[in-house]
Design a protein around this ligand. Sequence first.
Ligand SMILES: C[S@@+](CC[C@H](N)C(=O)[O-])C[C@H]1O[C@@H](n2cnc3c(N)ncnc32)[C@H](O)[C@@H]1O
Length: 131
Amino acid sequence: MLDLGCGAGQLAHDPATNGAADGVGVDLSERMLSPAQAEWTHPNVTYQRASIEEVAFPPDRFDLVVSSLAFHYVDDAGMAVRISRWLAPGGLLGYSTEHPMFTARLPGDGWALSTLINGLVNGRSAQSALE
Ligand SMILES: C[S@@+](CC[C@H](N)C(=O)[O-])C[C@H]1O[C@@H](n2cnc3c(N)ncnc32)[C@H](O)[C@@H]1O
């Protein structure tokens, strides 16, 4: 299993504790990798300091590639193609990204998500809550 943008390593570590053959965590930040290497160690888990844009693996290397909240930092149009080559036939990519719903600031109204939730709680439609 490969975790791209693994941060402090919990996600890269977890499958190895449940029987995965190995886990590889990749992150650009030494600051994020320090706790990974100190606290989320496992004989079958390794961490690499590298960018998602430049890291390389052999074809068919992983059955599972995951990425939690990192892809939105990556400016690399070829990323999906490179990941697909690292996946063995039938392998899976699972990822999450940040969404503007959680980060967009509405003029004068605060965060978009809290405005939406408050509107829905008060019986407004999603559309009207954000207008
Ligand atoms: C919001 S954190 C998420 C960390 C972890 N995946 C989690 O869910 O807790 C984003 C991570 O992506 C890493 N990152 C950002 N851009 C990256 C890049 N281009 N290559 C590799 N890692 C990157 C950051 O260093 C950070 O650890």
